[in-house]
Unconditional design. Structure first.
Length: 586
C-alpha cells in the first residue's frame, strides 16, 4: 500500500473542495418543517392541557395525576426547544464549512487531541515559527468557549496559529482550522473535572461529517470511553478510533557509550491486542460497530521524530483513510450527516412520544382503577346507608311521633348521604375530596302519603213503618162474602170470600227503617312506614351512587377526553414526521 503523506492528503482535500461547492440538498427545508410540526404539536397539546385543567378546580380528583402528566409534557417540550436552539446553532456552524469535510476530534482530556490537530496542520505536534513559515498557513477559528479556569484563552488558537498542548484543561472551546476542502475541529475534553467542557463538545459533535475519537493507548477501551462511542454509534456516526501514544521509550547507548532514550512504536503484537480488545468492546455496544468504526494505533511523536519510518507510525493509516474518503465517500458523507441528524431527531421524537404514551396509558389505567374502587365503595356504603336509614325509619314510627315526619326523614337522609359520599371520596384522597363535596339534592325523593284513618260504612235500623196488607185481607174477605151471598147464596158467599182474600195481596206490609255511618277501624301508619323505607332507606344505594358519580364523572370524563386528544395528536405528529426521513439528495 502506497504511503500517504500529509502533503498528499492536503492535495486530496483541495480536489474535494470543488465537489462540495456544487452539492445541493433539501435538508434545510426538511429541518424547518420538522421544527414547525413539533412546534404546532406543542401548541395544540398546551391548549388541550389548559382546557382540561381549567375545567376543574384545584382539589378535584385526579388533578394531581393530570398535573404530573402536564409537567412531564412541559419538561419534554423544554427539551425540544433546547434541541431546536442547538440545531439552529449547529446549522449556522455547519453552514460556514459547506465547502469542506468537517472532521471533529473528540475524546477524553489528555488523550492527544490537540497534538494530533497540530500535526495535521503543521506536520508537528508543537510547531515552531520556523516550521510554520514553510507551510501554507491554516485559517484558525473559534466558535464557542466555556469559562473554565485554566483553559485556553479567547481565540488563543487564532492568535498562536496552533492548539495548546500539555495543560490539564488545554482546550475549553470549540476551535479549529481550515485548509482547502478540510475543516478540522478540536473540542474540549470529555470527563474532565469541568463538566461544561464535555457538554460543549457533545453539543457540536453531531454536526461532524467524520469523528476521530482519541483514546490514550495506556488504557484503551475504558467503560467511560465506550459509553461515549456507544452514543455516537447509536446515531449512526462514522467514527475512527485512534489509539494515541502507541509508542514507548527504549534506552540504548550511543557510539560513545552514553545512555540515550529512543522513541519506538509498540510491538505489532501489542498493538493488535489493543485493537482486538477495543473491537470486542465495540461489538457489545452496537450490531454495526464493525461497519461504523475503524481502530488505528498511532503516534504523532514517532511520526515527527522518524520521518523515514512514517509508515510505521500509524498516522499513515489515518491519512490513507482520509484520502480514501476524499476520493469516494466525502460528498455522500457530507450530504448524509445532516440527513442522519434529522432522522435521529425524528427517531428520538418518536421515542419521547412513546414514553409520553406510556404515561397517558398509565393515567388511563389509574382512572379505570379509581372507577372500580369507587364503584365497590359505593356498593358497600349503599348497604351501610340503607341499614342506617331503616333503623331510623323504624325508630321514628315506633315512637309514634308523626309530627314533621317527612322533614325529619329528609334531614337524616341528607346527613347520611353526605357522610357516605365523603367516605367514598376517601378513595380519591383527602385533598381532592374537599373539592367534590356538594349538598345532596333531596328534590328527587318521593313524598310520603299523608296520615289518614281507615273507616268502613256501617248500616243500622233506626225504626219501623206500619203496613195496609192485613186490613186489605180482612175487609176483602167480608166484602167478597157479602157479594157472593147476594148473588149466589151460600155457595156464592164462599167464592166471594176467596176473591176478597186474594185482594188482600195488594196491601202494604209493615217496614224497618235503616241509616248508615263511617266507623274507624284503623290507620295507614304501616303504609307510611313502608313508603318511608322505600323512599328513604332502600333507595340509599341509588341515591348515593347518583350523587357521587354526578360529582366525579364530569371530572373523570374531562381527563379521558384529554388522554384521547393526546393520543390523537401524537399519532398525527408521527405520521407527519415519517416522510421527512426520506432521502431526497441531488
Amino acid at each position: 500500500m502506497t504511503t500517504v503523506t500529509r502533503d498528499d492528503l492536503m492535495s486530496a482535500f483541495e480536489r474535494l473542495k470543488v465537489q462540495f461547492e456544487h452539492q445541493k440538498s433539501d435538508i434545510q427545508a426538511k429541518e424547518r418543517r420538522f421544527d414547525e410540526l413539533r412546534l404546532a404539536f406543542v401548541g395544540q397539546i398546551t391548549q388541550h392541557t389548559e382546557t382540561m385543567l381549567g375545567s376543574v378546580n384545584n382539589d378535584n380528583p385526579l388533578r394531581n395525576l393530570a398535573e404530573s402528566l402536564s409537567m412531564r409534557l412541559s419538561d419534554q417540550f423544554n427539551v425540544w426547544r433546547q434541541q431546536v436552539d442547538a440545531r439552529a446553532k449547529g446549522t449556522k456552524f455547519r453552514e460556514g464549512f459547506n465547502d469542506s469535510l468537517l472532521v471533529f476530534v473528540y475524546g477524553k482530556v489528555k488523550s492527544g487531541k490537540s497534538s494530533l490537530g497540530n500535526y495535521v496542520a503543521w506536520g508537528h505536534s508543537e510547531p515552531t515559527p520556523q516550521m510554520k513559515a514553510l507551510r501554507v498557513q491554516p485559517q484558525y477559528f473559534s466558535a464557542e468557549q466555556t469559562s473554565v479556569k485554566g483553559g485556553d484563552k479567547q481565540k488563543e488558537a487564532e492568535h498562536n496559529l496552533q492548539f495548546r498542548v500539555g495543560a490539564t484543561e488545554a482546550t475549553s472551546s470549540i476551535q479549529g482550522f481550515r485548509l482547502p476542502g478540510l475543516t478540522w475541529v478540536d473540542s474540549p475534553g470529555l470527563h474532565s473535572v469541568n463538566q461544561v467542557n464535555g457538554d460543549l463538545a457533545r453539543e457540536y459533535v453531531e454536526h461532524a461529517d467524520l469523528i476521530l475519537y482519541t483514546m490514550n493507548s495506556q488504557a484503551p477501551g475504558r467503560a467511560s470511553d465506550m459509553d461515549e462511542v456507544g452514543e455516537l454509534l447509536h446515531d449512526n456516526k462514522s467514527v475512527m478510533i485512534l489509539l494515541t501514544g502507541s509508542d514507548t521509550t527504549e534506552e540504548d547507548e550511543d557510539d560513545d557509550g552514553n545512555c540515550v532514550c529512543e522513541i519506538v512504536m509498540k510491538s505489532r503484537l501489542d498493538q493488535q491486542k489493543q485493537v482486538d480488545y477495543v473491537s470486542r468492546e465495540l461489538s457489545c455496544l452496537h450490531t454495526r460497530a464493525t461497519d461504523l468504526t475503524q481502530i488505528v494505533p498511532l503516534s504523532t511523536r514517532f511520526a515527527e521524530t522518524h520521518p523515514s519510518a512514517f509508515a510505521d507510525s500509524g498516522v499513515d493509516i489515518l491519512f490513507q483513510k482520509l484520502a480514501n474518503i476524499c476520493r469516494s465517500e466525502a460528498l455522500a458523507l457530507k450530504l448524509a450527516t445532516p440527513m442522519n441528524n434529522l432522522r435521529s431527531a425524528i427517531r428520538e421524537t418518536a421515542q419521547d412520544l412513546s414514553l409520553v404514551e406510556e404515561l397517558v396509558k398509565d393515567f388511563d389505567l389509574k382512572i379505570q382503577g379509581q372507577d372500580k374502587a369507587i364503584g365497590q365503595d359505593l356498593q358497600n356504603l349503599g348497604l351501610q346507608g340503607t341499614a342506617q336509614m331503616r333503623s331510623y325509619v323504624n325508630q321514628l314510627f315506633a315512637a309514634g311521633n308523626r309530627d314533621k315526619l317527612e322533614g325529619k326523614l329528609r334531614e337524616k337522609l341528607v346527613r347520611v348521604i353526605g357522610e357516605l359520599a365523603d367516605e367514598a371520596m376517601n378513595r380519591i384522597g383527602e385533598k381532592q375530596r374537599d373539592g367534590l363535596q356538594s349538598a345532596f339534592d333531596a328534590s328527587r325523593l318521593s313524598a310520603l302519603p299523608e296520615y289518614r284513618e281507615v273507616t268502613v260504612e256501617k248500616e243500622y235500623m233506626s225504626g219501623t213503618e206500619s203496613g195496609t196488607k192485613t186490613a186489605w185481607g180482612v175487609g176483602g174477605a167480608i166484602a167478597g162474602g157479602l157479594i157472593g151471598f147476594f148473588v149466589g147464596g151460600p155457595a156464592g158467599a164462599a167464592v166471594g170470600a176467596s176473591l176478597g182474600s186474594a185482594a188482600s195481596t195488594v196491601g202494604r206490609s209493615a217496614q224497618a227503617r235503616y241509616e248508615t255511618h263511617q266507623v274507624v277501624i284503623g290507620d295507614n301508619l304501616e303504609e307510611q312506614r313502608q313508603a318511608a323505607l322505600d323512599a328513604y332507606a332502600n333507595a340509599v344505594p341509588t341515591l348515593l351512587t347518583g350523587h357521587v358519580l354526578g360529582l366525579y364523572e364530569p371530572v373523570r370524563d374531562s381527563m379521558l377526553r384529554y388522554c384521547k386528544a393526546l393520543d390523537t395528536e401524537m399519532t398525527n405528529l408521527i405520521d407527519q414526521l415519517g416522510p421527512l426521513g426520506e432521502n431526497t439528495l441531488q
